[in-house]
Design a binder for this molecule. Structure first.
Ligand code: FUL
Length: 489
């Protein structure tokens, strides 16, 4: 009897408990289309990764090989993919994309579909496979790998015919199936023109929209490498940023009217800021070389970008809602040059030092609107967890977040992140600080419009007892995952 009563009580307590919990479960804001895929989110979280351009061009002092280079010219004497991997890792980067085949058509792996490949070079007596060696080095050092397979091939006699397109897809399949998981496939936009073409030495033009039958590549990558993101001028995974200088616009939408853009798109300047009314999620990747050229040229040893320039590029790529793809022109020995590696590592150390201590973690936080005090609390803004976020109620598209410091703080950097799995929302915001009894605007010298995955602002050092962000225009309720304020020395 007593036992039954206790059991009954337990049941009642459990039922009430569940009901309370269910009530507390507040519905998250509805996603605003277009949203990124889980793969695109994981890709953007990589933030920085390396490009390696290497091939016969390296040995012949060229940028665009004509397709007639003698494979015997390709002879790296100290090639070490682990040296590349260690350098990239020390520079804080998450992966490496290699030019498996550049426009000259030469393959850095022993492709069974052409003999214009590594097996005909002196390297390892013809038994080398640089794609495979890099895959092993990346695995060992915890890096992801991506591959560049140039659609344009200035070597192949069949370039321009349907036969070549089949050849291209056979090579793509080799790369997608022989080397383990890939995070990105790079489909270059430079396409068609003059070349060796098996000795024809002529100009060949192709229809950039239709020749390659791109949907076939998209389907093949989705099937064989479901986690890989496809890069091209117009995606579909990520897009070229419209310049090779490594920067996105301050206003940068991860959205694109995808039907309009194709590899070789004429209005490529638009890619620097995306399309505010885009129908597809295609975030920007900012590619840039650490030297003027993509391939190694000894005369450029004195022209390696300075640490200041590289740090600037980081703020204008990752800090403008893009990723940073920094190219290392591997030298004739087969190594990343010491000047390049020293600069890249110093860049990383500088960025880490500038953005190491978030001063907002010890501030008290107030927001003008909170969707739910537990699930979407303002505390999520400084918890360093990308999956939690502060959100406003449905219909609330303007809001203010205020941070109060225990004692005045010196600040010159700000970091803002939207919770992008629910779409990119913010169209405009402003930042102000409180000092000597009144609010002052902060001017970062660039538009405070979009935020997206990440926005970084730099400004002259201010002393503030409070800091506030005003979100003035948004496509829907606000969903902010992180905010940080820092003092860069
Ligand atoms: C361009 C190519 O033409 C360059 O040679 C380089 O590979 C760069 C990353 O993309 O379109």
């Amino acid at each position: 009897m007593q036992m039954r009563l206790v059991n009954g009580l337990i049941l009642i307590v459990m039922t009430v408990g569940m009901a309370v919990r269910m009530e507390a479960q507040v519905v998250p804001p509805a996603a605003i289309a277009p949203e990124p895929s889980a793969q695109q989110v994981a890709w953007q979280q990589m933030e920085t990764y390396a490009f390696v351009h290497f091939g016969p061009n390296t040995f012949l002092d060229q940028e665009w090989g004509y397709g007639d280079a003698d494979p015997q010219a390709f002879n790296p004497t100290r090639l070490d993919c682990e040296q590349w991997a260690r350098t990239v890792k020390a520079a804080g980067m998450q992966g490496i994309i290699l030019t498996a085949k550049h426009h000259d058509g030469f393959c850095l792996w022993p492709s069974r579909y052409t003999d214009y490949n590594i097996s005909r070079t002196p390297y390892k007596g013809g038994r080398g496979d640089i794609v495979g060696e890099l895959a092993a080095a990346c695995r060992k050092h915890g890096l992801k790998m991506g591959l560049y397979l140039s659609p344009w091939d200035r070597h192949q006699v069949t370039y321009g015919t349907a036969w070549y397109v089949d050849y291209y897809y056979k090579q793509l399949k080799e790369l997608l199936t022989h080397y383990g998981p890939l995070f990105e496939i790079w489909l270059d936009g430079a396409n068609g023109g003059d070349g060796w073409y098996g000795g024809a030495r002529e100009k060949r033009t192709i229809d950039r929209r239709t020749y390659y039958n791109w949907p076939r590549a998209h389907e093949m990558v989705a099937r064989l490498q479901p986690n890989a993101v496809i890069f091209s001028d117009g995606g579909p995974g990520c897009r070229w940023v419209g310049n090779e200088d490594g920067y996105a616009d301050a206003t940068n939408w991860s959205l694109l009217r995808i039907g309009e853009v194709y590899p070789g798109y004429e209005h490529y300047q638009e890619l620097t800021s995306g399309h505010a009314d885009g129908d597809t999620w295609v975030a920007a990747e900012c590619d840039v070389s650490i030297r003027p050229g993509w391939f190694y040229h000894e005369r450029e040893d004195t022209l390696v970008k300075s640490v200041d320039q590289l740090v600037d590029l980081y703020y204008h790529s990752v800090g403008h809602n893009g990723t940073m793809l920094l190219n290392f022109p591997v030298d004739r020995e087969g190594l990343i040059h010491p000047i390049d590696s020293t600069r890249a590592v110093a860049m990383h150390q500088r960025i880490q030092a500038e953005l190491s201590h978030n001063l907002l973690t010890s501030a008290s936080i107030k927001a003008s609107n909170i969707r739910d005090k537990q699930q979407f609390a303002v505390q999520h803004l400084t918890d360093g967890v990308p999956d939690t976020y502060w959100a406003t109620a449905d219909g609330v598209t303007q809001a203010t977040v205020e941070f109060r410091f225990k004692s005045a703080q010196r600040i010159n950097r700000l970091m803002l992140q939207e919770y992008i799995p629910l779409g990119q929302r913010v169209r405009a915001f402003s930042v102000e600080y409180y000092d000597k009894g009144r609010w002052h605007p902060i001017d970062p010298g660039e538009a405070t419009t979009t935020i997206g995955y990440k926005r970084l602002l730099r400004f002259g050092t201010i002393t503030a007892s409070r800091l506030r962000i005003r979100f003035t225009n948004s496509r829907g309720p606000l969903c902010m995952s992180e905010i940080g304020a820092y003092l860069a020395k």
